[in-house]
Design a protein around this ligand. Structure first.
Ligand code: SF4
Length: 339
């Protein structure tokens, strides 16, 4: 197992299989920055499935046992079940999951399950159809996503994780509605503090709703108790005392968790990023396509991780996160590395 400067092991790999997305969520890919005809990577500019497989096998040799497929919107890759099938056959991968906006879920859930996918996370920021549409940049309809959830459950994907990015003044007034709707064992809602990912979502600290505020709100109606988490787990988990399942909180702003961050990211064009807020990545596609050997690529990844000292969320300052200032830290855009 390879560890970084802070002895954090490389255990979890997030693979962005495509940078494109059919939604334009304001906190990730704002419509005004990514118009309808925005030029995303061409197929040959992205890693092909055989390249993703080769790299994943090398990451596994370095200790990775959790793989999450992301995007952009990964289900835009209609042949994704083929990749899932291959990845599911790598014995060291104990957990193979996928994050999606749910738009193509009704059509693809069956094939993903049969291919060997273990878990699904769906981004859903509102149960108000108009607000849902607005947050998705006018692209999504809530009904279609709820249909996708139903089919995914029927295919045996339970519990389904529901990621809610909480933005003050946008969807913070309906959090209890989301809690009530998904408060059953087959769902786990995770409230995510809005983050200054990338450089384009216009993030400000006063738009963040600290998780503790949400916990207090929920506890007025439904008492909670904390559940211990696993090393590297991002969410702080709580169970409802009345047995109606659990709820999670990802608090990168108010309670950073860099200390146990064991996550790496592979972008759609094959760059290896050691942090969600990194400025640059190691170009593994170049190594692959220039004919580097497995040993050479392994050594490059190992060296890169061993010199890793990322802990952006712990170091976040007004300057580094103020996207309007020229001192803002250049950061990779989230849709390139899938959160
Ligand atoms: S800010 Fe970077 S180092 Fe910290 S938890 Fe997030 S990805 Fe890990």
């Amino acid at each position: 197992m390879v560890t970084d400067i802070f002895k954090r092991p490389l255990q979890a790999l997030r693979i962005s299989v495509i940078d494109a997305c059919n939604f334009r969520c304001n906190y990730c890919m704002p419509e005004n920055e990514y118009p309808r005809n925005y030029k995303f990577l061409k197929k040959k500019e992205r890693l092909g499935f055989p390249e993703i497989l080769r790299l994943t096998r090398l990451f596994v040799e370095l200790g990775v046992d959790k793989v999450r497929l992301t995007g952009g919107e990964p289900l835009l890759c209609r042949d994704l079940p083929e990749l899932v099938k291959e990845l599911a056959q790598i014995p060291q991968i104990m957990d193979l999951s996928l994050t999606t906006n749910g738009w193509f879920l009704a059509e693809q859930a069956k094939a993903l399950k049969e291919a060997g996918l273990n878990r699904l996370t769906i981004s859903l920021d509102s149960l108000n159809p108009e607000l849902f549409r607005k947050i998705s940049g006018g692209k999504g309809t809530l009904e279609k996503i709820l249909k996708g959830l139903q089919v995914a459950r029927e295919m045996g994907f339970t519990p389904l994780k529901i990621n809610v990015v909480v933005q003050r003044g946008i969807n913070d007034s309906e959090l209890l509605h989301l809690v009530e709707y998904f408060r059953r064992p087959e769902y786990i809602v995770r409230f995510i503090e809005y983050m200054d990912v990338g450089t384009l979502n216009g993030w400000r600290l006063d738009q963040v709703v600290p998780s503790q505020e949400i916990i207090t709100q929920i506890e007025k109606k439904h008492p909670l108790e904390p559940i211990g988490g696993n090393y590297g787990e991002v969410a702080k988990r709580y169970r409802y005392l009345d047995g109606q399942g659990e709820v999670g909180f990802i608090s990168s702003v108010s309670q950073p968790f860099c200390g146990s961050c064991n996550r790496a990211r592979l972008s759609a064009e094959g760059k290896f990023y050691t942090c969600l807020f990194a400025s640059q990545g190691l170009d593994l596609q170049k190594l692959l396509r220039e004919g580097a050997s497995d040993a050479e690529i392994l050594q490059s990844i190992r060296k890169c991780w061993q010199s890793r000292e990322d802990r952006y969320s712990e170091e976040r300052t007004d300057q580094s996160s103020d996207q309007s200032s020229d001192q803002v830290k250049p950061k990779v855009e989230m849709y390139h590395i899938g959160g």
